[in-house]
Ligand binder design. Structure first.
Ligand code: AHG
Ligand code: MN
Ligand code: MN
Length: 342
């Protein structure tokens, strides 16, 4: 059978009545932006894209209070520019911008909102480890002609599409439009994303976890206990030996989980408690949670199903537990038992 390109996959989804022409165009445009980002990432030092944005001694700081890398800024610009003129969007929001940005008046407007983490895994840019782009698509509420930040505050269940690109040993686009999670690999010679795994399924059981364990002493008690139990191995309460992996790029850690199972955890800790967690709900946790649920996995804050959290702020942060279903359910049960005894 001839390879199925992203274009063909999207046209067939449209013919089946599962997406409309505007959403097809939107996803094609995001994929094109990801190809440009992939080329910039791949040039590395030769393209002058490594290192901090801003001037020496005065790094540029984003709304998160984090120093921006040159590639954070460049990827944000690529996504904004490619998506501005197609007529499919009403507004964009990004990790790298304080507020959402409406489509400029000189261009036609569409009915969708796009929110993204332009470059995920910034700490890995300069050390040649996989980074990525995460995106989520929402509908612009009916009757809203000039959307602002408040119109992005929709629960994850309202997402009409979500995905990520991973810029690793190959460049991948992982996508859901609400009918399974599918992996496309960039054929660099042809310049097209080709469907390479249809309907990914995450095993329900796992023996692998992903966590930055250097923070363990700062976590809430149930999560300290959770990791202690896994580290105790087959003679401990879980009765099996666990392996650990932590890339520190969410795209890479989630991609491993979509490939062979596992649980990803980024709990509340003493350092991030005031902000509600480290990872951002609208452009990290929600799109990844939709992809994971569509692959048969589970995603939670530890206390709530992630996709049902009602956002209150554009850059809201949350604790994250996602991956193999039974493992996530166990982590949630530990939170419940802890809260019941509090
Ligand atoms: P970003 O580079 O977009 O700010 O996201 C980084 C995130 C996520 O990708 C990763 O899982 C986590 O931060 C890593 O955190 P630590 O450096 O605390 O391990
Ligand atoms: Mn990120
Ligand atoms: Mn980022």
């Amino acid at each position: 059978m001839s390879p199925i390109s992203l274009t063909r996959y999207l046209i067939e989804e449209q013919q089946a009545g599962r997406i409309c022409a505007d959403l097809r165009l939107l996803i094609e445009v995001v994929a094109r932006a990801c190809k440009s980002i992939s080329i910039a990432v791949g040039k590395g030092d030769l393209g002058g894209v490594l290192g901090d944005a801003g001037t020496p001694g005065s790094a540029s700081i984003n709304v998160q209070g984090e120093a921006q890398k040159k590639l954070d800024v460049l990827s944000n610009e690529i996504l904004l520019e490619t998506n501005a003129w197609g007529g499919h969007l009403a507004a964009c929001a990004s990790e790298e911008m304080d507020h959402s940005q409406p489509i400029p008046d000189r261009y036609p407007k569409g009915n969708y909102l796009l929110v993204f983490d332009p470059l995920d895994g910034s700490s890995n840019i300069d050390v040649n480890v996989t980074v990525g782009t995460i995106f989520s698509v929402l509908r612009c509420p009916d009757g809203v002609s000039a959307p602002g930040d408040e119109h992005f505050l929709q629960p994850g269940t309202a997402q009409v599409a979500a995905g990520y690109a991973a810029y690793g040993s190959s460049t991948l686009l992982v996508l859901t439009v609400g009918h399974g999670t599918h992996v496309f690999t960039l054929d660099r010679e042809i310049g097209s994303f080709i469907l390479t795994r249809r309907d990914v399924r995450i095993p329900e059981e796992t023996r692998e976890f992903a966590a930055n364990v250097s923070n363990q002493r700062h976590w809430e008690a149930p999560m300290q206990r959770y990791v202690d139990e896994m580290l105790a191995g087959k003679h401990g309460p879980r009765g099996k030996d666990y392996n650990m992996r932590w890339v520190a790029s969410m795209v890479a850690d989630v991609h491993r989980i979509l490939t062979r199972g596992g649980i990803f955890i980024y709990p509340l800790d003493a350092k991030n408690r005031a902000q509600g967690g480290k990872l951002r709900l609208l452009y990290e946790a929600n799109p990844m949670s939709l992809l994971v649920e569509q692959a048969g996995g589970a995603a939670s804050t530890g206390r709530l199903r992630m996709l049902e959290v009602q956002p209150e702020k554009l850059h809201q942060r949350v604790p994250v537990f996602l991956g193999s279903k039974h493992e996530v359910e166990y982590a949630v049960a530990l939170h419940r038992a802890h809260d019941a005894n509090a």
